[in-house]
Design a protein around this ligand. Sequence first.
Ligand code: C5P
Length: 391
Amino acid sequence: MLKDKTILIGITAGIAAYKICELIRMYKREGANVRVMVTPNALNLVTVLTLESLSQNEVFVDNFDIKEYKPEHISLCDEADIMVIAPATANTISKVANGICDNLLTTTVCAFNKPIIIAPAMNTNMWKNQFVQENVSKLEKFGYNILNPESGFLACGTTGEGRLCSLDKIYNKTLEILNQNNILAGKKIVISAGGTIEKIDPVRYISNFSSGKMGTALADAAYKLGADVTLVSTFDINKPYNVVKVESALDMEKEILKFNNNVDCIIMAAAVADYRIKEYNNQKMKKTSDYEIQISLVKNPDILKELADSAKITKIVGFCAESENLIENAKIKIQNKGCDYLIANDISRKDIGFSSDENEVYILDNKLNIEHLDKSSKSEIARKILEKVFE
Ligand code: C5P
């Protein structure tokens, strides 16, 4: 059930640390790739050798174990689908809740932007401490999944609240979150990204300012949600999903049309040039004494319209970039193009769109219903667009 998933376990120095050896086995049994990091204090309770043998992976302890070019807290963040901190001590909980990064584990949590489960375990009085409780509430408020400790006999010899919750609870919560994040499992999605390049001669071309960020964010989000993704991009990028590199609008048309009616959805996020050079010059054009020269352009195919005209089973999503009268123009465009959804963004704003990492968009459907997505990161916007399209 956990095939293709990477679970990052963070072990802190609670006596329940020994139980996590069994949790690693539970995840491994279901096919997960398990990465483990421990706080330096936790090494008094469990050994690196045990954790490495069980996880079949290198175990990380501090920030200076760097063997690859990328620091571990970033590479492990990229790799993992979820992070599970168990047992979580009062110390680590309080540091995380206050953004403190004084070891590899706390630094990683600070950089981790995917789901995090925290399973606290500690002495009853520590658990009831007002600052600890305040920090737990703070984490809960910000979306961390807290699995409260249970009552029972504690290692310190007392009985009360503070015992690590059952491993089954941690395991089931992990499955629940990872499945929620799999809403596009079994779906095939093709996304175009970047600005097309229309060559004039071997050294010159016409293009546009598209950075490809929105299309790539959509492909990343679809992949994370479990879809089988193909990105048709004008940029050569290395991704864990299929990337087809194209250059011109005609290249893009050829690659994209192959997928119509063979996939569940095609999203045209690319800025496709409306015109291309009428006659490509095989040799570099020479500078002349003329003040003015003429280059003839001819119309490129409208890929989005072609897709929408022939789509029977594939959902077609287009983008529209407008510098004025955004909604009115978008309404006209979705009717002309005939696509199922149109994502409208205002390119007159400097803080969003083109090369920005943020966007604010309107989603129009073919019945002209409109939904506004507030300004946020392109990856957040991408996830919301996919959730809407596959509602
Ligand atoms: O017509 P306009 O360029 O404003 O429409 C934008 C939408 O149409 C985008 O989804 C873009 O990817 C797509 N498009 C296309 N082929 C073109 C021009 C735009 O598929 N030649």
